[in-house]
Write a protein that binds this ligand. Structure first.
Ligand code: PGA
Length: 250
């Protein structure tokens, strides 16, 4: 079975030299991994380093993109620039970007643009908190419906969805999700996709789990929770831990 592991380096490491060391370490870990597609997402200034490393299981990803295709937008990076840098995948709607102002409408615009330039969006969704009355379900439903607005069913094979509850990601995480919480959400997301598109499309869409993924919980999300892959933040910049995550998958 083909699994997907996304390494989200976030705003790390601080220098080109350290980024090269990290690329090198990640690639030597990946060498012997089979049946897993690995997508490394360094910060923009280090994308170019990936050119030095080649492996058919490894793809280059970006952590963000402009919602505009081209023009006078100071500080923005366009889909075409990413494409020309060798990027294949782009994370959109990450919880940390949503906190900085990315709305569902902006995320939708980014996805439409990425698809135009034949880049694959990794759409992150996830609630801030889990209310006992289940309101988080409608929150995620709205994120998905609005983010995918106007996107034809034929394009869904080019989109990966990552369920990343905000409360489980990054340094401020209160806890990781459980395999059951992930499984509930996976079924729910597939139902939304089936309602908008078709059961066939829902069946084939890849859904990842992200949020405090570590070597200890990897197996349970994949084998018991039914995740088709993982989005790894902090532990993706620690080669020892990242290696253990990859080994747990094989
Ligand atoms: P984390 O980050 O693994 O450090 O929780 C995941 C993410 O934010 O993508």
């Amino acid at each position: 079975m083909n699994r997907v592991v996304v390494a989200n380096w976030k705003m790390n490491p601080p220098s080109q030299k350290e980024a090269e060391v990290l690329f090198k370490a990640s690639h030597s870990l990946i060498k012997n991994i089979k049946n897993t597609k690995i997508i490394i997402c360094p910060p923009f200034p280090f994308l170019f380093i990936a050119k030095k490393f080649k492996n058919k299981n490894v793809f280059l990803g970006s952590q963000n993109v402009s919602s505009e295709a081209e023009g006078s937008y100071t500080g923005e990076v366009s889909p075409k620039m990413l494409k020309n840098m060798g990027v294949s995948y782009v994370i959109v709607g990450h919880g940390e970007r949503r906190l900085l102002g990315d709305t569902n409408e902006i995320v939708n615009k980014k996805i439409l643009n990425l698809l135009k330039f034949k880049l694959f969006p990794i759409l992150c969704v996830g609630e801030n908190k889990r209310e006992s009355d289940g309101r988080y379900l409608s929150f995620v439903e709205e994120q998905i419906k609005n983010s995918l607005f106007g996107i034809p069913g034929t394009q869904l094979k080019n989109i990966i969805i990552a369920y990343e509850p905000i409360w489980a990601i990054g340094k401020n995480a209160t806890r990781e999700a459980t395999k059951d919480e992930f499984m509930e959400m996976k079924i729910f997301i597939k139902k939304i996709i089936a309602d908008i598109y078709s059961p066939k499309i829902a069946h084939s869409i890849i859904i990842l789990y992200g949020g405090s993924v570590n070597p200890q919980n990897t197996k349970s999300f994949i084998e018991d929770g039914g995740a088709e892959g993982l989005l790894v933040g902090r532990d993706s910049i620690n080669p020892k831990k990242f290696g253990a995550i990859l080994s747990a998958l094989n």
